[in-house]
Design a protein around this ligand. Sequence first.
Ligand code: HEC
Length: 135
Amino acid sequence: MRPVSYALALMMAASPALADTKFEQIKIEAGAALYDGECRRCHASDTDHESYGPPLENVLGRGAGTYPDYDYSIALEASGIVWTPAALRAWMEDNTGFMPGTKMRHVGIEDRTVQDFILAYLASLSTRDPKQISD
Ligand code: HEC
């Protein structure tokens, strides 16, 4: 084991809470990088920016198709679903299969870890209490 990773392992063993926060931070950073590559060209993360897709700030727990003044497809607007983590996973995995008629081009992120990272990033853009969002 290299000294640095050994020190890190000791630190994590000594403080599980600290390790949790670190892991969460790393997931958010990885998620941000993945979001940059896969989503940001169509989705600004903050509501002050115009973008082709609806802003995804606070999307966790939001009703689908409810961002004010965004011109959604009928399919999305009429879906009546809420963006829970499970719904967002299904969407990332196969949005066009999950919701035929959506105008978002197909994305196919099947890797659960990649989904986790993007979810961690999306949760970090939320001002809602994550405990209020059910899976
Ligand atoms: C090519 C452009 C494009 C890319 C890339 C893209 N999206 Fe979208 N996204 C859209 C459009 C357009 C809509 C609106 C779809 C509709 O109205 O049917 C949308 C809608 C959504 C919604 C629904 C939001 C709401 O307000 O109901 C979510 C969630 C979402 N996208 C997540 C993602 C994620 C996560 C990624 C990256 C993995 C991604 N999108 C990549 C264009 C894109």
